[in-house]
Ligand binder design. Structure first.
Ligand SMILES: CC(C)(COP(=O)(O)OP(=O)(O)OC[C@H]1O[C@@H](n2cnc3c(N)ncnc32)[C@H](O)[C@@H]1OP(=O)(O)O)[C@@H](O)C(=O)NCCC(=O)NCCS
Length: 216
């Protein structure tokens, strides 16, 4: 389990696939992700079986953190794909399934957990993603976490009858370590680390980092 401030990530189970298919079949979600065709449960189950054997993918269910009054609730999925163990890089993706759960900080929190896992547990050096240029909330969320826009793959995606630009973003391990509370020498101290010349995180990210629970 990877624990964040408002979310936690756990391994995706077969029983979660019905939820995932529902989220991916929402036209509003499909407009923002690489998948363009409706997804069947059978196809998702086939992908799931292959993923279980894969050494280059790690997929997680995003849940709310449980409280005494409310059990954990499924929010979405995220994962690391195309892990390149030689060059120590991976490609991340994320979906918060229900519109009502977006814009509440859960996506940013979950992606922070995922990058923590990539950098601190798997030893990746470069975490990258592609996002459609017109997906403003996603770009904002990634930028808040420290992802840097590297360039644009012009008109790389044909979607909804138009060609869209794909923005390439990445964060490198030293940049991430300079921001993450997991880099702090003591888990109880806040993150005024002197580990690099990277800029300080924006105040909101720093506040989130300070209040994040220790991770395993
Ligand atoms: C992208 C996604 C994971 C982000 O998760 P989220 O929980 O909705 O995002 P957060 O609430 O953590 O952060 C969103 C940020 O975008 C901002 N935002 C929202 N709408 C915006 C808009 N139209 N323009 C600019 N910024 C916007 C929010 O204010 C917030 O920034 P802030 O924290 O500085 O205020 C989620 O929206 C999602 O799953 N979308 C559908 C699928 C998708 O786009 N996946 C990513 C494909 S690359």
């Amino acid at each position: 389990m990877l624990i964040g401030r408002s979310t936690r990530l756990r391994a995706l189970e077969r029983a979660d696939l019905v939820n995932v298919v529902g989220w991916f079949n929402d036209p509003d979600v499909r407009a923002l992700i690489a998948r363009s065709s409706p997804l069947s449960l059978a196809e998702e189950e086939r992908w799931f079986e292959a993923q279980l054997k894969s050494t280059t993918e790690a997929v997680f269910l995003i849940e709310t953190l449980p409280t005494p009054r409310a059990p954990a609730r499924a929010l979405g999925v995220c994962g690391l794909n195309r892990i390149d163990w030689k060059n120590r890089s991976g490609v991340v993706g994320i979906v918060i399934g229900a519109a009502a759960d977006r814009g509440r900080g859960h996506g940013t929190d979950a992606m922070g957990c995922l990058v923590d896992h990539a950098v601190f547990d798997l030893g990746l050096h470069r975490v990258e993603l592609e996002v459609y240029a017109d997906n403003a909330p996603a770009r904002r969320s990634y930028a808040r976490l420290g992802f840097v826009e590297e360039g644009v793959r012009r008109q790389a995606t044909f979607k909804g009858g138009v060609f869209k630009d794909n923005v390439v973003m990445s964060v490198l391990a030293p940049e991430w370590r300079a921001r993450s509370p997991r880099s702090a020498p003591s888990s109880s101290s806040s993150s005024s680390s002197s580990s690099s010349s990277s800029p300080s995180p924006p105040p909101a990210v720093a506040a989130r980092a300070r209040s994040r629970r220790p991770r395993r």
